[in-house]
Write a protein that binds this ligand. Structure first.
Ligand code: PAF
Length: 280
C-alpha cells in the first residue's frame, strides 16, 4: 500500500528509517495529473533504489503570470492509485505554505545560469529559477540517493544536472525516455487542453522532429533545417516558439559536424503550449 505523507517531519522520519536499514531511496518529483510517462519514471527509480518517494506539488514559482497555474489539472485520487500501481512507496504532498515558509515573494531562489537562459529560458523568463528553487527544496526534504526526470523536458533535465553538479547534491540523476501516444504525441498533462480538432494535429510535432533529424543526418545546414521545421509547424496551425537543432548541452552545432545532437520544438496550438524533442 502506498503511504501518503503531508508533514515534513513524518517524511523525514520515514526516509531516516529506510536509511537506517541500509535501503536506497529514489525520488520522482511531479506536478500531478500523472500519466504513463510519470509512472515509467517511478519504475526507472525503482531499478536504482529500494524505496521510491514521489511528490505531487503544483509549484507556483515556475509559472509565469499569464500561464496555466490556476487551471493546471489536479487529479489527486487517480494520481495516488496510479503511483501505487507503479510501485511507489510514499506520496509526498507538500503545501505551498510548507514549501515556502516565508511566502513565495520572500523565498530564497536558486538560479542556474547558462543552460537556463536559452530556448525555454527565453520564452518563459524565470521558469527554470522556479524549477530549480522547488527541486532544491524537494531534494532537501526527501534526501534521495537518486532522482528521475523525464527527457520530454530535455532542457529541464540539463538544468537539473547542472544544479546537482554545481550545488553538489549527492544525488544521482536519471533521465527517463519519452513515452508517446500511438500517433507519436509525447505524453503530457497539457495534452488534455487540446480540443478534438487540435488533438490529431498535435502529432505533427513528432513528425517534424523526425524530419529535422533526417535532414540533419543528410547534411542539411542547421538554419535550413530549423526554417523548414518552423514552416511545417505553421502550416499545421501552430504558433512556433522555436524549432532548434542543438548539441546535447544545448549549444549550437557547427554545420557538417558529426556526433550526438538533439532537435527541440516548442509550439502552441490555440492556448496549449507543447514541447518535444528527439535525440540522435
Ligand atoms: O517536470 C515537472 O513536472 C516539474 O517541473 C517539477 C520537476 C516537478 C518541478 O516542479
Amino acid at each position: 500500500m502506498i503511504e501518503t505523507i503531508t508533514e515534513l517531519d513524518a517524511l523525514r522520519e520515514r526516509v531516516r528509517g529506510w536509511k537506517r536499514e541500509g535501503l536506497r531511496v529514489g525520488f520522482v518529483p511531479t506536478m500531478g495529473n500523472l500519466h504513463a510517462g510519470h509512472y515509467s519514471l517511478v519504475m526507472l527509480a525503482r531499478q536504482y533504489a529500494d524505496r521510491v518517494v514521489s511528490s505531487v506539488f503544483v509549484n507556483p514559482t515556475q509559472f509565469g503570470p499569464n500561464e496555466d497555474f490556476t487551471r493546471y489539472p489536479r487529479t489527486p485520487d487517480a494520481d495516488t492509485a496510479g503511483l501505487e500501481g507503479a510501485g511507489c512507496d510514499v506520496l509526498w504532498l507538500p503545501t505551498v505554505e510548507s514549501m515556502y515558509p516565508f511566502g513565495v515573494e520572500l523565498a530564497s531562489r536558486v538560479r542556474v545560469p547558462g543552460v537556463s537562459s536559452v530556448l525555454e529560458g527565453e520564452c518563459r523568463p524565470g521558469h527554470f529559477d522556479g524549477v530549480c528553487t522547488v527541486v532544491s527544496r524537494l531534494f532537501n526534504q526527501v534526501l534521495p540517493d537518486v532522482a528521475a526526470f523525464g527527457k520530454k523536458d530535455y532542457q529541464q533535465l540539463a538544468v537539473i544536472r547542472q544544479l546537482v553538479a554545481d550545488l553538489q547534491f549527492p544525488i544521482g540523476i536519471l533521465g527517463g525516455g519519452i513515452v508517446r501516444e500511438a500517433d507519436g504525441l509525447a505524453m503530457s498533462s497539457r495534452n488534455q487542453y487540446l480540443d478534438a480538432d487540435q488533438r490529431p494535429r498535435a502529432a505533427t510535432i513528432h513528425r517534424v522532429l523526425r524530419d529535422m533529424r533526417d535532414a540533419c543526418l543528410a547534411g542539411a545546414p542547421r538554419t535550413v533545417v530549423e526554417a523548414q521545421a518552423g514552416a511545417q509547424l505553421r502550416d499545421a496551425g501552430f504558433v512556433v516558439d522555436y524549432a532548434a537543432l542543438r548539441l546535447p548541452d544545448l549549444a549550437e552545432p557547427v554545420d557538417g559536424m558529426h556526433g550526438p545532437r538533439v532537435a527541440l520544438v516548442a509550439a502552441r496550438l490555440g492556448t496549449t503550449r507543447l514541447i518535444d524533442n528527439i535525440e540522435f
